[in-house]
Design a protein. Structure first.
Length: 660
């Protein structure tokens, strides 16, 4: 393949010769664009991921140079490919299918034996193996690397069950490559054991099992899985099929619509986890599943399949797509539990059932003996992480929905990225979409709650020509939504946010946020508003803890930047301006387009006497908000700030913002 990402990173021209790009990071830009596919990647994200140690302007300059080199290389590398470069988004068009990354996934999902063998040949090793990645890239690339490895492990076992030289050759080669990367990969060991048994080499199969046992013992301190140990006991461990089930010519059954889907609500099932320790420890894996199911059930945005239905799959090897068809669910949570002594390792992943695509994965390790507390903690973190992962997937699905088929739910999903962008134009677009949702369903309290929060933002972040009117509209929408949302935790948090940003009634605002957390203790947005409530009303007890809870529950949350701003405000109220500056700058790096936060940065630098830095931050703020005055800010910003934080306003004056 011209662009190979599996087993390393190589770029070749039309003749097959290696094509050197100017720098390693230029090649990495091309690789990441190929990985992002049709979705593309934001310029800021790409620059931050590849050049995290450089200032924003330097990183963007480096990205521009790399993109120039990529454009020159594309004709020689990927036939018919081009680089689509919008103002904010970059996308590689026409070349994705020419990468081993895309070809492997397409062929591995095929029902044709020859294509499955080709897929096995394409998997030369882990994604971007031995490629030096920045710390920021380790997470997303690592998750995708694990997903592809899992796909390769499923493939190697499927091929090992098929008679014939082609399948055996492809399976053996793939198994050996997988074991180089992970000597404890049991699926690869099982494939080799089956192949030796099919050849009548029982002793060779036993030696392979011994190697497997030693590798697993060294890696995890436990014995191999039961299905590995029993291969040699089976009458016919190598099934001898001429074709695996996956090579059936029957078309897949259509995904059945669940009751949740008919109402436009995402549905999820938590599958029984595999306890790789086996035996009597199985209760621990069941307990983890029970806790995660319970935690997800509190999130009203989801329809969660009952535990009893999910556990009918316990002990069965099933394709997640089959589960999706059987239960009519869009998403499945899968996992494994492995224990060795006091050490516990739990791996969890969220999968889209229709495509089998992994949306999120995480590994948890602990040495504690308090297993029930550990179950609860992991369930809380999993629920907090899965909520934004499913939301992001649902937003992508809504974007693909034809306009004539859009429901109120889909319109709210489309509004959310504009809402949390914290930019003037985006906020207006979000309001339009929330209004469109309410036109389709006037009783849709969730849309009205977000509309209230959106109007509150319109005033608070100085985007309104008539802030008092926006505050009144926010209160009116919140009042009505309060009668409609019932037990929807996120909508209750939105109502609390609207009240906290437009009134001085702390008790009213806090009652909605607390109701939200009572319903769903893992709701990251409710914890975000809990922290801001403390700050806005100058009652800092628990403020930083609330913000830290958001980061623990939802480390990739789209509101992460506002968590840092909230922590900065809390530190500033305690006159810790050095910490406040650092946190504000971290928030600006997380979302560079959030220009209103430069007022905070100017104020904190002014309080520290950093004249040069304060002037630079103020100039950036004034560039986006020309003619701003203290009087206009007081008119727009949350009324509770009028008296609760005099240092904030003093910092604004010191920074140089005129009074009137």
């Amino acid at each position: 393949m011209p662009l190979s990402l599996l087993g390393g990173l190589t770029v070749t021209d039309g003749s097959g010769a290696n094509l050197p790009l100017p720098t390693r990071k230029t090649a990495l830009v091309l690789a990441l664009l190929a990985l992002s596919g049709d979705k593309g990647m934001a310029r800021e994200t790409l620059a931050e991921w590849i050049w995290p140690d450089r200032a924003e302007s330097q990183a963007k300059s480096s990205l521009r140079q790399a993109l120039t080199a990529v454009r020159k290389a594309l004709p020689a590398v990927l036939e018919g490919a081009g680089l689509e470069a919008g103002q904010d988004l970059l996308r590689l068009s026409g070349g994705e299918a020419q990468t081993d990354y895309c070809r492997f996934q397409t062929l591995a999902a095929s029902r044709d034996l020859a294509k499955l063998c080709t897929a096995a040949d394409l998997y030369a090793g882990p994604l971007l193996e031995n490629v030096a990645l920045t710390e920021a890239l380790e997470g997303p690339v690592g998750a995708e690397r694990e997903r592809l490895q899992h796909l390769a492990l499923v493939l190697v076992e499927a091929l090992s069950r098929i008679r014939g030289e082609a399948a055996a050759t492809a399976s053996e080669a793939l198994a050996n490559r997988l074991l180089v990367a992970d000597p404890a990969a049991e699926a690869a060991h099982r494939a080799l054991i089956r192949l030796r048994l099919a050849e009548g080499q029982t002793n060779a199969a036993r030696r392979q099992l011994e190697r497997c046992t030693a590798a697993v013992q060294e890696a995890f301190g436990t014995a191999p899985e039961a299905q590995t140990l029993t291969l040699l006991e089976s009458d016919d461990p190598a099934t001898g099929d001429t074709q695996p089930a996956a090579v059936s010519t029957l078309p897949p059954k259509p995904l059945k619509a669940s009751a949740a889907d008919r109402h436009g609500q995402p549905s999820v099932v938590v599958m029984p986890f595999d306890d790789l320790g086996g035996g009597q420890r199985d209760f621990f894996a069941d307990g983890v599943v029970e806790e995660i199911t319970s935690a997800l059930s509190r999130i009203r945005e989801f329809f969660v399949i009952a535990r009893q239905s999910a556990f009918t799959y316990k002990g069965r090897f099933v394709d997640v797509r089959e589960v999706g068809r059987d239960l009519g669910v869009r998403y499945a949570v899968e996992g494994t539990v492995r224990r060795g002594g006091e050490r516990v390792r739990i791996t969890v992943q969220l999968v889209e059932t229709e495509s089998g695509r992994q949306l999120w994965s995480e590994r948890y390790e602990d040495n504690r003996s308090e297993l029930f507390e550990l179950q609860d903690r992991i369930a809380s973190q999993v629920a907090g992480a899965i909520d934004p992962s499913i939301r992001a997937s649902e937003i992508e699905r809504a974007r693909r929905t034809p306009p004539e088929n859009l429901q109120a739910y889909d319109l709210v999903l489309q509004a959310l990225p504009h809402f949390w962008a914290h930019r003037k134009e985006d906020n207006r677009k979000a309001l339009e979409l929330f209004d469109a949702a309410l036109q389709r369903d006037p009783d849709y309290g969730v849309a009205r709650a977000f509309k209230a929060w959106c109007h509150a933002q319109q005033a608070s972040y100085l985007w309104s020509a008539n802030p008092r009117k926006d505050q009144e509209e926010a209160i009116a929408a919140a009042d009505r939504a309060a009668q409609q949302v019932h037990d929807h935790a996120t909508a209750l948090a939105a109502i609390g946010a609207a009240y906290s940003m437009t009134t001085t009634d702390q008790a009213l605002a806090e009652s909605f946020v607390d109701r939200s957390l009572a319903l769903d203790p893992n709701n990251a947005w409710a914890w975000l508003r809990k922290g801001w409530l403390r700050v806005l009303f100058s009652q800092l007890d628990g403020a930083l803890e609330s913000f830290e809870r958001v980061l623990a529950l939802s480390p990739l949350d789209p509101f992460t930047f506002n968590v840092y701003f909230g922590m900065a405000a809390a530190q500033a109220e305690q006159k810790k301006f050095v910490e406040a500056v650092e946190l504000t700058e971290r928030g600006l790096r997380a979302s560079p387009g959030v220009t209103w936060a430069y007022r905070m940065l100017a104020s904190f630098h002014a309080q520290l006497g950093n004249r040069k830095e304060a002037d630079a931050a103020l100039a950036e703020f004034m560039r986006h908000y020309p003619g701003i005055t203290i009087a206009k800010m007081r008119e727009s910003m949350p009324p509770s700030l009028q008296k609760s934080n005099p240092e904030y306003w003093e910092g604004m004056r010191k920074a140089g913002i005129p009074e009137k």
